[in-house]
Design a protein around this ligand. Structure first.
Ligand code: ZN
Length: 385
């Protein structure tokens, strides 16, 4: 089924996109490319007059971003999403995760809501503007690896988006505008001491004793950060620090020779990831010197900045008017901080619910589709037409 622009219907487009596996994972055994999703989007957009650029992701075979631009000049609107999905557990699905299946007014499929469906909706929304001159460009931006390294968004530079001024990141928010989320850093601390017979502490250098001191320092830092940074928009208004796992030693009668701690910090807007490194190092250095022990700090993944779009920005005001909903905050991280760093006012808003993302029987409710088309259409009209 196709309309006058020879573009398939929204449902056909979601079906085609869901059909193409594009899992991204930090586990190499689960990781796949996204290039076929990118090529499919390019095949739809190029005949509509979009200038299509496929940007390979350095160091990743079969992975790319798509930057498709309609119109010329500077400014304009970016509709952005990721083309990868999380891994899946097929035995827990009621239907084939790669076959879009309609049941009870819901479209089931891997990535239906997070977030291949958004691209189909965006392509449907832009059709009334085809064949007419635009006052500012409309850019469809499709990234790789959002669910793992965010390397797709990381590799974008300003020239790629021709100075666009506004961005919508179409993550599932039930079409409510979201203007802030926390950032994440994940760290590992490794302490290398020396093992020895437990009967005499001087025969070794106990890594677990040193880790205890390090953790006391980190708990102190956690309290200081919570006093210094507060954001009333979040249900947990302070930054958090979670000790997630610890491994060390082997036997009660041996001095612990090595100990490793993994933890994360969820930052609030206004915090600086690099400054956190300095603060953590300030805890580690004195312990290492006093105990003559080796303490290493490393990032377990590249950090992600917290994100906040001012409540009174032009974009926030507009989407609040269009949706009739006040802008809120979300509990998950997105590519929004990267678009902000490129100079765009950025909002997170898209069809479907995050409650259905990242789990078996992911679905997009059918009643999300037309309201989403309407909102995107109004935004294109306002910023581009
Ligand atoms: Zn997502």
């Amino acid at each position: 089924m196709a309309n006058q622009n020879n573009i398939p219907s929204v449902l056909s487009m979601i079906t085609e996109l869901v059909k193409i596996p594009s899992v991204s994972s930090t586990l190499p055994s689960c990781d796949m490319g996204n290039i076929r999703v990118i090529e499919q989007l390019a095949m739809w957009l190029e005949p509509l007059g979009f200038q299509v650029k496929i940007q390979p992701i350095v160091g990743h075979k079969d992975k790319a971003n798509l930057i498709a631009t309609l119109g010329t000049g500077s400014g304009g609107l970016v509709l952005a999403g990721h083309t990868d999905t999380v891994p899946f557990n097929e035995s827990l699905w009621q239907s084939d995760p790669f076959v879009l299946t309609e049941r009870d007014s819901k479209l089931y499929g891997l990535g239906s809501t997070d977030m291949k469906g958004f691209f189909a909706i965006a392509i449907e929304a832009l059709q009334p503007f085809l064949g007419k001159p635009l006052k500012a460009p409309l850019i469809i931006l499709a990234t790789a690896d959002e669910e793992s390294s965010m390397d797709g968004a990381r590799s974008l530079v300003q020239a790629d988006v021709s100075g666009a001024r506004y961005a919508v990141v179409g993550e599932p928010t039930g079409l409510k505008p979201m203007r802030a989320h926390k950032g994440i850093v994940m760290k590992g601390i490794t302490i290398k001491g020396r093992s020895g017979h437990s009967s005499n502490p001087l025969l070794g250098n106990n890594a677990m004793d040193a880790m205890h001191e390090v953790m006391s320092g980190l708990i102190q830092l956690r309290q200081e950060l919570a006093l210094k940074y507060q954001h009333p928009g979040f249900s947990v208004p302070t930054p958090t620090m979670n000790f997630g796992c610890i491994h060390g030693g082997d036997n009660p009668n041996r001095i612990c020779g090595q100990c490793e701690l993994h933890f994360d910090i969820r930052t609030t807007p206004g915090m600086d990831n690099d400054e956190l490194d300095t603060l953590i190092q300030k805890i580690l250095t004195p312990v290492a010197e006093r105990r003559a022990i080796n303490i290493g700090l490393r990032a377990l993944m590249p950090g992600l900045a917290a994100y906040e779009e001012p409540a009174d920005s032009e974009l926030v005001t507009l989407v609040e008017q269009l949706t009739g909903q006040p802008a809120g905050t979300v509990g998950f991280a997105t590519e929004a901080p990267f678009f902000q760093q490129l100079g765009m006012q950025t909002i997170v808003m898209g069809p479907g619910s995050i409650d259905q993302a990242h789990q078996p029987d992911e679905f997009m409710a059918l009643d999300q589709i037309q309201p989403s088309i309407d909102v995107l259409r109004s935004m294109i009209k306002r910023f581009c037409a």
